[in-house]
Structure formats: structure tokens, C-alpha cells
Design a binder for this molecule. Structure first.
Ligand SMILES: C[S@@+](CC[C@H](N)C(=O)[O-])C[C@H]1O[C@@H](n2cnc3c(N)ncnc32)[C@H](O)[C@@H]1O
Length: 261
């Protein structure tokens, strides 16, 4: 994945001029984009609710290739993206005794590493997609992690109403808000504080724009940092931009939120 540049951080990918210029530079991407647009129109009409819509997107993508469905075009990239997430958290506070909630865990691209590292039973992965959770179970089998007894749960919203107060030391959402309208992020930030343990933190990535906030189809959402830090603040959280994540070869940025002291 390319590193961020000044041009990529100010581009408005939903603008017609951007799309035409991109198509001229990348003619090979026109046909896949048209296919995605047709699917987007069809699924948007069928599923007004965003979670229902995105669950259908995941069903379609996972049916073709589960690793590509979570954003990795090759197995090497799938391994590298998982390692990048794991290494960062291990260097930034994750300890084996911690209890971790992985929101939008996908097919455990990073999750299998967290599961291997954490004490048995301390990993909790949730996702809206039954298809990707079936693939997650296959990943557990591949890595022989059955005795780590992770929890994998299908969810429909981000209220965490089925989880206990003050339980998780580390909450993590990688490449989830990049696929979420602001209403879904708001719901998450409104409720995540309740399930955070004292001293715990919530790390999430997002597709950052320093220009106009925009969405590509209903799949990819670009936010300004201050929109998300202000939203976290409205829900009693202190949020800070993780500068050193920017050094990683990853297209998204990262914010850490914790309870306001
Ligand atoms: C790009 S994948 C990333 C998966 C995983 N975090 C990783 O990095 O490998 C995004 C995942 O988030 C899930 N997802 C999207 N919106 C969600 C939501 N509102 N609540 C929970 N999971 C969600 C998708 O089903 C998908 O598995």
C-alpha cells in the first residue's frame, strides 16, 4: 500500500474530475470500478441500512477471496498487514495478560497473531459478516490456535450491549472506520468507553483527508482527523493522532482514544 502524499491527502476521490483523471492514468481499473459501481447501486437499493449493505458487500467479496475481502491482494500482503498491526500494538502497550476486543476482526489477518500472543480466552473478535467469520475459523485451524479459545461473535451494531462494563484493556479497529459512515463511528465512540477497562485504550485506523470529507461509492469513507477527535471528545474520550504510525507503509492513519481522566 502506498505511503500518504500531499496529493493523496487532499484528493477528493468522489469528484468527477478526479475520477476521469484517475481512469485516464489507470485504464485497467475502469472495468473493475464499473463492476463495483453496479454492485453498489444494486446493494444500496436493496439495503438502506449501512450494516446490511456492507454485510452483503463482504458476502460477495469473501465468496471470491477472503484475503482480498479484508483488503489484501496477495497472501504475502495479508501476512504483512497482520504483522504490521501486531508489531505496532506490541510496541505500544499490548501485554499478554490484556483482554482485547478486535472490532471488525475479519478473517484474523492480525487476529491470529493477537490470539497467539494473549493469554488463552483474552481475545474477543466481532464482525458484521458471517462469511468472514467462517473464514476466521479456518484461520484459527490453519494456525492451530484452538486451545487459545478466542471468542468470535457476529454483531449487527457497535453498541457492545452484550459485553461487560470496564472489561477490555485494548480495543482495536483496523480498516473498519474506513468503511463506515459517520453514524456508525458515532455509535462506536458513544459506547466504547463503557467496555474499556480503567487505563485501557481504543486504537482505530481511518482513511484520512486533509481536504474535503468524502466517500467512494458506499464502501470507502475519508475523514479529517479533527472530525474524529472532536467526536471522541463529545463522548468523553481523549483522542490523539498516532504520529509514528505514519512511518508505516500503510495508506491509513491511526488515532488512540482513552477515557478522559
Ligand atoms: C478491511 S476488513 C479489516 C479486517 C481486520 N480488521 C483486518 O485488518 O484484517 C474490515 C472488516 O470490518 C468489518 N466491518 C465493517 N463494518 C463493521 C461494523 N460496523 N462493525 C463490525 N465490523 C465491521 C467487515 O465485515 C470486515 O471484516
Amino acid at each position: 500500500m502506498p505511503k500518504k502524499t500531499a496529493a493523496s491527502l487532499t484528493a477528493n476521490r468522489s469528484a468527477l474530475s478526479h475520477r476521469v483523471a484517475y481512469a485516464l492514468r489507470n485504464p485497467g481499473r475502469i472495468a473493475p470500478y464499473v463492476r463495483r459501481s453496479v454492485r453498489d447501486t444494486w446493494l444500496s437499493a436493496k439495503y438502506p441500512n449501512h450494516v446490511d449493505y456492507y454485510r452483503a458487500v463482504m458476502a460477495s467479496d469473501t465468496g471470491r477471496n477472503p484475503e482480498a475481502a479484508v483488503g489484501s491482494q496477495s497472501h504475502e500482503r495479508w501476512l504483512a498487514l497482520g504483522a504490521m498491526q501486531f508489531d505496532y500494538l506490541a510496541e505500544h502497550g499490548l501485554a499478554p495478560g490484556h483482554r482485547m476486543l478486535d472490532i471488525g476482526c475479519g478473517n484474523l489477518r492480525a487476529g491470529w497473531r493477537f490470539i497467539q500472543y494473549l493469554d488463552a480466552g483474552n481475545y474477543y473478535g466481532i464482525d458484521i459478516s458471517p462469511d468472514i467469520l467462517i473464514s476466521a475459523k479456518a484461520t484459527l485451524t490453519t494456525y492451530g490456535l484452538q486451545d487459545r479459545l478466542p471468542h468470535l461473535t457476529l454483531t449487527h451494531d457497535l453498541t457492545f450491549d452484550f459485553l461487560p462494563d470496564g472489561h477490555f484493556d485494548v480495543i482495536h479497529a483496523h480498516s473498519v472506520f474506513s468503511h463506515s459512515p459517520i453514524k456508525v463511528i458515532d455509535e462506536c465512540l458513544a459506547h466504547v468507553g463503557r467496555v474499556l477497562a480503567p487505563g485501557g485504550f481504543f486504537d482505530f485506523t481511518f482513511d484520512r483527508t486533509d481536504g474535503v470529507e468524502h466517500a467512494v461509492l458506499r464502501e470507502d469513507f475519508y475523514y479529517r482527523t479533527e472530525t474524529l477527535t472532536a467526536l471522541a471528545s463529545r463522548h468523553g474520550l481523549v483522542a490523539r493522532f498516532m504520529d509514528d504510525w505514519e512511518e508505516r507503509p500503510h495508506g491509513q492513519s491511526k488515532i488512540r482514544a482513552s477515557a478522559r481522566p
